[in-house]
Design a protein around this ligand. Sequence first.
Ligand code: ADP
Ligand code: MG
Length: 311
Amino acid sequence: MASVALLRIDNLNVCFGATEAVRGLSLEIAEGESLGLVGESGSGKSVTALAILGLLGEAACVAGRIEFDGRDLLALGPDALRRLRGRDIAMIFQEPMTALNPVMPVGEQVAEAVRAHQHGLGRRAVRERVLEAMTAVALPDPAVRCGDYPHQFSGGQRQRILIAMAIVNQPRLLIADEPTTALDVTVQAQILELLAGLRERFGLAMLFISHDLAVVSQVADRVAVMRHGLLLEEAPRRTLFGHPLHPYTRSLLGAVPTMQTRLGEPLATLRAGARQSQAAVPLREAAPGHWARIPAESPYSVRTSSKRDVE
Ligand SMILES: Nc1ncnc2c1ncn2[C@@H]1O[C@H](COP(=O)(O)OP(=O)(O)O)[C@@H](O)[C@H]1O
Ligand SMILES: [Mg+2]
């Protein structure tokens, strides 16, 4: 775990009425680091992203702490949050068409993102920023295409436009929620490559959310696995892929656990479906930086810490 966290989520709980969408979640992202958040649909990934951005709405009850660069986001007012969003923390979502205004030229939309956060920039300077961002995301012929409308671009190009809008103010953290899920495999690979390149170039930290572990593995330094609102396992990417501890992580990796696997744990945990039984198993640090919700008698639980225990 890096020493200075850019984003620190501490014991986050989000519920909608009786639905506990996120339960006792703690995560950290260091400056410039990419954290992959993976889990099946409904596991609380998007709710986590929206909580960071202060976009959950009135229906949600939120408890815990979310710190960005030392500031408590849950304590910020709407104006301060709006200033932070798009400038320090930017986001891209799954469906580029719905996020773009269909009746406004794309260059104008990127320009609006600039003007929203950088007041007093002249027209020329704004246009320069727009073209720079469109070039950075490898949109063809930006000076000409900036006058085109969203429907004149392919799905992959539209996602590039949204990424240009996200990076144009040089944010420190980019939250990408299933950004390639609506794209076909080839285009998906190109977008992932683009994001990796932008990260390196701008020193961007990233929270990359996907239901697909294979996709996450291409962009994440560390991977966190969620299910039913609970963090089940978290580790550096290589560790998670090389030594997955939680049965659910293993199932995501396509491994079928059997009685003979080296896990040496009771079948009860392998039937990981029960929400309550999982919450009752505390997170343990099995190796430095490798946290998993596994029973104490597991041979991997060489170290324990109460830092991330929910109860
Ligand atoms: N606005 C909302 N109102 C009620 N329930 C919600 C709302 N948003 C999300 N949920 C519920 O919270 C849980 C987590 O959802 P979500 O974070 O969207 O999952 P995912 O991991 O697929 O992104 C789900 O059970 C979902 O139905
Ligand atoms: Mg989601």
